[in-house]
Design a protein around this ligand. Structure first.
Ligand code: SF4
Ligand code: SF4
Length: 261
């Protein structure tokens, strides 16, 4: 079992089998005395004017980790990630049976617009609107509702909608084009020196890496943006071992976001 599968399994086990031991509250995860907060949560609290020094401090470790490692949270820790993988399997099976499914793309900047919209709404409403549209927050809330009351709330419909959107409308569409948290990780992750590097001498080129990437990156032509979640699926799929993560130049902070740095 790959290390990434182990971390995602642990996240699910923590969420759904022992939520009481990891829940610190909405937005935060408490493990013993340590409390950690999602960067989108910190931003949302700032937007609503309710951020405290303690809350911002709880957000700092993940902010620093993402700045160092890039958008790794999505590939290694997000509880929605297994559902994204499942949606790709279901979509591939339907396509294999002859279904004709659209492949809608909203544009390389759409997730940033989504983030801006969610934060503006939070300012206007005085409430962190992201809790209704950000999968990790939804899943934490639903897991604790299940643990405390034995029931599931409206979040299940939202998650189902995201899953169906990924299957029937836009492959990996929510994570690529809409998730406000993914947009925060992409912005912070631009400072990361960890880059996917292709050895041109070894590259065949066979497109295996481009096909396996769940987030629309194109490693075979070196078009890998801040959207890369550092999952390593491309490197594992490469038949000639041409792809590796190495330390290098971070992405230019203000470079346009497209399919390519
Ligand atoms: S883009 Fe959002 S939902 Fe998708 S893996 Fe990242 S944090 Fe999770
Ligand atoms: S480029 Fe490779 S490491 Fe990055 S998201 Fe795609 S498959 Fe994962």
């Amino acid at each position: 079992m790959r290390l990434r599968h182990i971390t995602l399994t642990l996240v699910w086990v923590s969420l759904f089998l022992m939520p009481a031991s990891v829940m610190g509250g909405l937005w935060t995860v408490g493990v013993g005395p340590v409390e950690l907060m999602d960067p989108l949560a910190s931003l949302s609290l700032l937007a609503t004017g309710s951020a405290t020094a303690k809350a911002l401090l709880a957000g700092l470790p993940l902010v620093l980790l993402v700045m160092a490692l890039g958008r790794f949270f999505c590939g290694w820790l997000c509880p929605y990630r297994p559902l994204l993988g499942l949606s790709r399997i279901v979509r591939a099976a339907l396509l294999g049976r002859g279904w004709r499914l659209p492949e809608v793309r909203l544009g390389p900047r759409s997730a940033f617009y989504s983030l801006g919209f969610v934060l503006l709404l939070s300012v206007a409403a005085g409430f962190p609107v992201a809790v209704f549209v950000y999968p990790p927050a939804i899943m934490m809330r639903e897991a604790s509702t299940l643990a405390l009351y034995g029931s599931i709330g409206f979040g299940l419909f939202t998650l189902t909608g995201m899953f169906l959107y990924d299957v029937f409308v836009s492959p990996s569409g929510f994570c690529q084009d809409l998730c406000p948290g993914g947009a925060v990780f992409r912005l912070l992750g631009r400072t990361s020196p960890v880059r996917l590097v292709r050895d041109k001498e070894k590259c065949v080129p066979c497109h295996a890496c481009d096909v396996v990437c769940p987030l629309g990156q194109a490693p075979m032509t070196d078009r890998v943006t801040s959207g890369c979640e550092r999952c390593g699926l491309c490197a594992a799929a490469c038949p000639t071992d041409a792809l590796k993560f190495e330390l290098g130049q971070p992405l230019p902070i203000f470079a346009p976001e497209g399919r390519g740095p």
